[in-house]
Design a protein around this ligand. Structure first.
Ligand code: HEM
Ligand SMILES: *[C@@H]1O[C@H](CO)[C@@H](O)[C@H](O)[C@H]1NC(C)=O
Ligand SMILES: *[C@@H]1O[C@H](CO)[C@@H](O)[C@H](O)[C@H]1NC(C)=O
Length: 624
């Protein structure tokens, strides 16, 4: 029995917590319109809701809605004279969501039936027979138990007296709403971002994190989040560049996208809406939760000159897709992102910026978050570019076509072509191994089964790794096994080079590489130059071989055995024919490859290059 009582009391308490007045406002709220929410203050900022009266025959239809799609749970609506007297009568028979309340006269107010989420309410109001003059519709709208706006007023609606023969009204035909009295427009300074109020208090009483890296100190973020913790309230402020359609902040267990709980603020109509979403594997997006308002309330928002700003309160603990997020005890990496377009039910790719903080951190710890350094990724990219477009290309070309050039000249006791080939290939090997180690240090893991860049890159590295081992144990020239070695060395070397070039094309598609798409065209240019050089040199070799058939010194083409072999040729110029032209081609090839490699290394090192470019431009214009 006692146990039963407890259960009943407990469930009553639970109802009370969820919504203290589940059946609507009491008559005690008639004048002030403030709901009794335990001393909780109404919201001070612009409300996301509108009160719009519309003429319909000789009645007024009042619509309560949010242009931003933010649902509401409770409301109290009245028609009033400009000096605050309640008048008229609501017809509640036409709606399910509300019931009348008798304040001064019967049914002169209307309030909600239940705390269910509502997206909009249309209710019919009739003026008193004798009234002539303006009327204002005044509403209190509650987004949630502790988030409500009081005194949301409509436009003035002029009412003419209803004579016996004159049942007409004088309404504006367009739905309209007056700006709430407490509306304070949010005005970021356009000309000088230095006074942007968003950054006030960063690292003092709020935790700020923005992209691109280090933008908080220069107040120049394209996307930025500020987390303000007061007691057990966690408020997230988000702001993005003027061309952004959305800005989001993710709470993550690591510094990568995937399995992160995201609060996103999205442009909607002339306002901003807030949603909860959850990131799937990297690059696969962030679908909204089944309940996109789970654990959040939009406290404040604005869209001024296209700049999204929002302030969202997030519950201290939430269970998102089976993961428990506790903002007090948990430590999270913050991911900040913004993009220029949205899909119907989620945001699109973060094409404007994306950045992860380096270390997980308690949100109440306001000290500035450092961005994850991109140094290792950049070094990985630059080393691989230098290795496979630069040293490998030149080294392979030398071994293939220049064995009969500079004949007789030696370096460290080796033929020229061999000494240089070996130098270039040792460089390629070293750069590749270092770059491979660097990316694993960076990722600390194998980055993905379905990632062509990672898979092909590993294949390249393995092929590259074994190549000098084989070369070290190569059989002596002239022995039968030498031919097998030659073919293997040639096959593996070329395979590694081709796979490497394909890997480079896939690198352009990696989000983290932040390479612009035109890099594809630079790579295509490289492939074209490379193929043309090979064709020209091959043709030249054929012609040279034919004309050299009657020379005393003929060279077995597939013999790579230049090592240790002292030249026995005594001719003054023992080179195969066209050697001057060959040297000329080599010079051109090296110059073009060098230009391509330097250009790509600059793009990779400064990635994202568009940003470096615009920073440069603005610093130049600032100086003028
Ligand atoms: C032929 C040249 C290249 C090779 C052989 C290569 C090799 C690899 C390998 C094996 C991985 C996987 C590491 C792992 O899963 O843990 C990887 C990842 C990566 N590489 Fe390369 N790479 C090359 C060029 C580049 C270039 C030019 C860039 C440009 C910056 C680049 C950027 C990246 C990035 C950002 C990742 C990490 C991808 C992720 O997080 O999933 N790579 N690379
Ligand atoms: C909403 O934003 C405006 C402008 O930044 C500010 O003046 C107002 O105090 C904010 N309201 C709340 C509840 O934070
Ligand atoms: C609407 O309600 C608010 C809050 O009670 C009040 O301050 C305001 O004067 C009201 N407007 C009218 C026209 O009564």
């Amino acid at each position: 029995m006692r146990y039963r009582m407890h259960v009943i009391l407990l469930s009553l308490c639970l109802i009370k917590v969820a919504w203290p007045l589940p059946q609507g406002a009491p008559t005690t709220a008639c004048q002030s319109m403030v709901p009794f929410h335990g001393g909780i203050q109404p919201q001070a900022g612009i409300s996301p809701y509108t009160v719009a009266p519309r003429r319909e025959g000789n009645k007024v239809v009042v619509t309560l809605t949010s242009g931003l799609g933010v649902p509401f749970q409770g409301f109290l609506l009245q028609g009033r004279t400009p000096d605050g007297a309640i008048l008229g009568e609501f017809d509640s028979s036409t709606i399910n969501e509300g019931h009348p309340l008798d304040c001064a006269e019967p049914a002169d107010s209307i309030t909600h039936n239940s705390p269910n989420d509502k997206s909009s309410i249309n209710v019919v109001w009739t003026p008193p027979r004798e009234y002539e003059g303006p009327v204002i519709f005044n509403a209190t709208i509650a987004q949630a138990y502790d988030t409500f706006w009081v005194g949301i007023e409509s436009n003035l609606v002029p009412i003419t007296k209803r004579g016996a023969n004159d049942p007409t009204f004088n309404f504006p035909t367009e739905p309209s709403s007056r700006t709430p009295p407490n509306f304070v427009p949010y005005q970021p300074k356009q000309s000088s971002t230095e006074f942007d109020p968003f950054y006030d208090g960063c690292a003092v009483n709020k935790l700020c994190f923005g992209a691109p890296a280090d933008c908080v100190s220069s107040k120049s973020c394209k996307a930025v989040v500020g987390v303000i913790v007061t007691g057990d309230r966690y408020d997230f402020e988000l702001k993005a560049d003027s061309n952004a359609a959305w800005v989001g902040v993710g709470l993550s267990d690591d510094d990568k996208m995937g399995d992160d709980s995201v609060i996103e603020c999205v442009k909607r109509g002339n306002g901003v809406a807030a949603y909860m979403s959850y990131t799937t594997a990297p690059n696969y997006g962030a679908p909204r939760l089944a309940n996109p308002q789970l654990g959040i309330q939009l406290l404040n928002s604005s869209l001024v000159d296209g700049t999204i700003y929002c302030k969202v309160r997030r519950d201290v603990s939430t269970n998102v897709n089976g993961r428990f997020y506790d903002l007090v005890s948990g430590k999270y990496n913050l991911l900040i992102a913004a993009g220029s377009s949205v899909k119907p039910n989620s945001v699109s790719f973060h094409d404007i910026v994306y950045l992860a903080s380096a270390e997980p951190q308690a949100l109440a710890d306001v000290s500035a978050l450092a961005a994850k350094s991109k140094l290792l990724i950049r070094l990985h990219g630059c080393f691989m570019l230098a290795a496979w477009l630069g040293t490998a290309s030149i080294g392979i070309l030398l071994a293939r076509y220049y064995r009969q050039t500079w004949v007789g000249h030696q370096m460290f006791g080796k033929d020229m072509w061999f000494a240089w080939h070996r130098t270039f290939m040792v460089l390629t090997w070293a750069l590749t191994i270092v770059a491979f180690v660097l990316i694993f240090v960076e990722l600390k893991a194998w980055s993905g089964e379905n990632k062509p860049h990672a898979i092909l890159g590993t294949v390249t590295t393995i092929l590259c790794f074994i190549q000098p081992i084989g070369a070290y144990f190569r059989p002596h020239p002239g022995t039968p096994k030498r031919a097998i070695f030659n073919w293997l060395h040639w096959g593996i070397g070329n395979a590694a080079h081709i796979v490497a070039i394909v890997t480079l094309f896939f690198a352009v598609k990696l989000t983290k590489a932040e390479l612009p798409e035109f890099v594809d065209w630079i790579l295509v240019a490289y492939v074209v130059i490379h193929v043309i050089s090979h064709l020209v040199l091959s043709v030249m070799n054929c012609v040279a071989e034919r004309s050299g058939e009657n020379r005393i010194t003929s060279f077995p083409m597939k013999d790579l055995g230049g090592s240790g072999r002292t030249s026995a040729y005594t001719d003054r110029n023992p080179d195969a024919p066209f050697s001057t032209f060959r040297k000329f081609i080599l010079a051109i090839y090296i110059v073009i490859v060098l230009i391509i490699v330097i250009a790509l290394i600059v793009i990779t090192a400064l990635a994202p290059i568009e940003e470096a470019w615009s920073n440069l431009k603005s610093s130049v214009t600032n100086r003028n």
